[in-house]
Design a protein around this ligand. Sequence first.
Ligand code: GCB
Length: 571
Amino acid sequence: MIRPQRNAHRDYMDLSGIWGFRVAGGPDSAPTHELAVPGSWNEQLAEAGFMGFVGAAWLTTEAIVPPSFAGRRIVLRFGSVGYSAEVFANGERVGEGPLPHLPFDVDVTEVATPGEALRVAVRISNEESPDGITPGISRADYARLNLGTKEYFPATRPDFYPYGGLHRPVYLMAMPDRGIETVRIRTDIADGRARVGVDADAKGTLSATLTLRGEVVAKASGEGALTLDVASPELWSPGTPTLYDLTVRLHRDTSVMDEVRQTVGIRTIRVEGTQLLLNEQPVFLRGFGRHEDAAISGRGLNLPMMVKDFGLIAWCGANSFRTSHYPYAEEQLEWADRHGVLVVSELACVNLDFRQVTDATLSNHLAALEAQVARDRNHPSVIMWSLANEPGYLGEEEYDEAHAGSYWDAVFGRARALDDTRPLTFANVQYAGSQDPAFERADVIGLNRYRGWYDAPGQIGRGADHLRSELDEIAARYGKPIAIWEFGADAMAGQHASYDQMFTEEYQADLIEAQLDIFENHPACIGAHIWNLTDFMTAQHHRRVVVNRKGVFTRDRQPKMAAHMLRKRWS
Ligand code: GCB
């Protein structure tokens, strides 16, 4: 899926702005409220009663189709919705977007008339489906699955708010008929030269030109996949995030039919023994789990907040983050490419419950995987795929170990077939312990561990002892690199104590420091990501005081003691 571009063959118009909102009715019913897009409806419309609203709502807008779009394919591009959508244009149902947090296109050429108005109505539901890879949970399921005390309002299983709305920009795009559909880039390095493979879905002859700072460094043309040979490549890395510019053109009958531009970073990433090698050098991932979350805009793309968050990551001296727990906006990956931030790209798969997993769950998992790899594979910042966060194997009598094994064979197998250039990982839940069936399939063992928090509360030393022995055991058993994808503690900004007291700023800073001492010195450990960069919104229940407070920054991005500690330690 190609990002909206403007050139002789392609154009786009941004439909972000104020849209209509209503719950009942149809695509052409008059809105009852208005709200900003991108943005979640929850906090924007809290005073109108929509904070905890889970269900379907209509979001509507109208735009004049630019006359210059005449004679071209006209497509609506949705950056993402929370969580699924049906799309109507001029009253007609034209398509749907079933995958949460991922972009989708809807062709409206048949209904859009250049020079005339196009009415766009999107019916969005933020309900999670029971077959989703972040499985939805009904009130009845709470009892059936014995999750009684975990009941959240709104009903959801993950520890983040089930925000609804149009979360990323909506574009009306013009593009050539039978143009370039996708461009897949692959970089390999050998003997001081790079081979940049360019594989495009397009019918006709392709030409590709690679430039660096305006100078042409390689060219190729032909039918099918192309290879550009780059002598003495400047490699992409956090210290020197060099980006080349690639232009791909599609030629038919001596004329250029389409053109696509794209940046390219040349680097390698691989696992050897218990090391992670970036450009053949060992790298340690210092960083954070995050959320796309901010007051008022909710999960909606909030560019000032995104800039701020990358500033906070750099201020702490971190080099990486995980897109916990879903694919982030492409704007984030483009920033990471330009600024040399390493990204573990995670699928929107949270709390898979093997008592509930069906064939439909697996096909949803594979569909999400394919869409995410297709979207993100050309980003040099993306160094690993995380295929799930905290899959659960509760109730031995109800879940079948062989089934879990074959499920993971299918998911890891498909991921390797789609992309053999990046290691695969996932985040194992503490209670599942050291024998998770996904460990055998992963290249990097990922652990979420809250020692000194969910167990050994108030006892940093006891938690640390437990961690040390657990790491040694897992390292000995699997002989693979281990990444700690989550660890940390809640802290109420402004809460202090002279002794180890949970929820104080001191306790959070001391726990993180004690555990970093272990992770940064363990021979099998290749990274440690603190949970979380910032405080973030969760559903309501007795374990959270309005927000999850494991951020080293508050939700309005002010540092707690732990952030200052990290800055001293890492910069
Ligand atoms: C986890 C989850 C994360 C939660 C975190 C917590 O293991 O992966 O989504 O927010 O724990 O704070 O409990």
